[in-house]
Design a protein around this ligand. Structure first.
Ligand code: ASP
Length: 354
């Protein structure tokens, strides 16, 4: 009788372990490096019930110590890359992060990487890394909407989930992914949709690619936009300057002419509807395009696509369209494209492929 009870308990325990995406032995335990950049996930406030806090205050070691359960999923180590609110994220830090992740995989230092990040520009960093990391190994970006000192803060759970997702063999070959609020998103498609709500991340055109629940991740589909050719940033210390111009009713051409300086190599126009502009702005964009600045039409609408040569004579004006990329992601792809070419046909091709 005792033996039967023991066998029952053993098989129940095995099932429980299999039900979670935990590695079964120390040998198969993945090595995961957590690269911290700051953000609300490392934010600290004076009160657990008030909203005021400072982002990027809590160092990586404290973040990891707060969630000891992450060590169930692999051999975890942490590195501090930056300590900033992601509103201060910048090209120099993107390049540092991308170079470090490529180096980690090249030197076989880890099997997966998790990046902790502020949510404001998480989508841009995710897409930048997606376009520049030359490995099939999982890179998971995570953040939080409430600081670590808040009541029912979301950072600890999000971090645990992100580590679990990074450790899961199912996450291989998915490109860079964002794990937030029990969902997994493709870096290219995800966007922050609410300035304050917990459930802020969405992929408005396509939805999440996976769902997280109870220590397990399930994937449902995968983006076809994950080209094997990445942008090589190894030797870069800066990127060509690309500015975003916002479209609105009765906008003056100054919104374009005011930003033109010798350094601006590209403009992403966040247009109305299908990337539209009123006449004065249209003329200013056409002038900029004639002067050699690459103009990319995108949209402020938040979902859908920008279609080539429909309402706007793109080819005649030398404009490119962002397809379904939002303005901030279109800027990332345009900056990277401009490191390789100024040829608009090739750049347009990038927007249809990446
Ligand atoms: N401002 C913060 C940041 O992006 C917001 C957050 O992390 O949720 O760093």
């Amino acid at each position: 009788m005792k033996k039967i009870a023991f066998l029952f308990l053993l098989s129940f325990a095995t099932l429980q372990l299999q039900a979670q995406d935990k590695p079964k032995t120390a040998k198969t335990s993945p090595r995961i490096i957590i690269l911290a950049t700051g953000g609300t996930i490392a934010g600290s406030g004076e009160s657990s019930t008030k909203a005021a806090y400072t982002a990027g205050k809590v160092p990586i070691d404290d973040l990891l110590n707060a969630v000891p359960q992450i060590h169930d999923y692999g051999k975890i180590t942490g590195e501090q890359i930056a300590s900033i609110g992601s509103q201060d994220m910048n090209v120099v830090t993107w390049l540092k992060l991308s170079k470090r992740i490529n180096e980690i995989f090249k030197n076989n230092e880890a099997d997966a990487v998790v990046v902790t990040h502020g949510t404001d520009t998480q989508e841009e960093t995710a897409y930048f890394l997606d376009l520049t990391i030359m490995s099939d190994k999982p890179v998971v970006i995570v953040g939080a909407m409430r600081p670590s000192t808040a009541m029912s803060q979301d950072g600890n759970r999000n971090l645990l989930d992100a580590v679990m997702v990074a450790a899961s063999p199912k996450s291989q070959g998915k490109g860079v992914i964002v794990a937030m609020d029990e969902k997994v998103f493709d870096a290219r498609d995800v966007t922050k949709t609410s300035s304050t709500n917990l459930e802020t991340f969405q992929s408005r055109n396509f939805g999440p690619i996976g769902l997280i629940y109870d220590g397990k991740v399930n994937y449902y589909y995968q983006s076809l936009r994950n080209p094997s050719k990445k942008f090589d940033v190894t030797k870069l210390t800066s990127l060509p300057q690309v500015e975003i111009v916002y479209g609105y009713a009765d906008a003056s051409p100054q919104s374009v002419t005011g930003i033109l300086g010798s350094e601006v190599k590209g403009i992403v126009y966040a247009g109305m509807g299908n990337g539209n502009f009123g006449e004065p702005v249209g003329k200013a964009l056409a002038e900029a395009s004639k002067k050699g600045i690459v103009v990319c039409r995108s949209a402020r609408a938040g979902s859908g696509r920008i279609t080539l040569d429909n309402e706007v004579k793109d080819e005649e004006l030398g404009f490119v369209v962002s397809d379904d990329l939002n303005p901030q992601k279109a800027r990332v792809l345009l900056m990277l494209s401009l490191t390789e070419t100024a040829d608009r046909t090739k750049i347009q091709q990038n927007f249809f492929e990446y």
